[in-house]
Write a protein of this length. Structure first.
Length: 161
């Protein structure tokens, strides 16, 4: 509204653009405010103990707009919230944890979306790989001993008949 009035008074679009840019500049912030906002943005997200979260709840928990969450659903195949009968997105706790991880990779670690997607794929692959169970090294001796014991049992059972 102020821009229209300036445009009419000044008589030119160039002057109105310059006036708009001057008006739109925010006053400089102190270093203390910047630091507190930065720590607030990087503060740890405390996820309540609930089964399901609506998209607005997840957005406020993670300090993200809802449209970002919807966009991330299209970009990250691991992020698939279930939908209620009314079509509302219902995020599980692991979905919220995944959103927090994506936010950390993109905003704090500086990953691109493609890079974060690849990194998360590698993380989930590493989690799926199972480590071998620690079996004793002397298995050949144990197997030979078991064979001998089983043959003795077989001999005892066959002698009864």
């Amino acid at each position: 509204m102020r821009i229209c009035a300036l445009l009419e008074l000044s008589g030119g679009a160039a002057r109105a653009r310059n006036a708009y840019t001057v008006m739109s500049k925010a006053p400089p912030r102190s270093a203390g405010k910047r630091a507190s906002r930065k720590t607030a943005r990087h503060a740890e997200v405390i996820i309540p103990d609930k089964l399901y979260f609506r998209i607005g709840e997840v957005a406020s928990l993670c300090r993200l707009p809802a449209y970002v969450l919807r966009f991330w659903e299209t970009e990250f195949p691991q992020l698939r919230p279930v939908k209620s009968s009314t079509g509302q997105r219902m995020y599980r706790k692991r979905d919220v944890e995944f959103v927090v991880r994506i936010k950390q990779l993109l905003y704090e670690n500086g990953f691109t979306i493609a890079g974060a997607r690849a990194h998360l794929r590698e993380e989930t692959k590493a989690e799926r790989n199972q480590s071998a169970l620690p079996f004793p090294v002397t298995t050949s001796v144990s197997v030979a001993h078991l064979r001998h014991e089983l043959k003795e049992i077989l001999h005892i059972l066959s002698a009864r008949h």
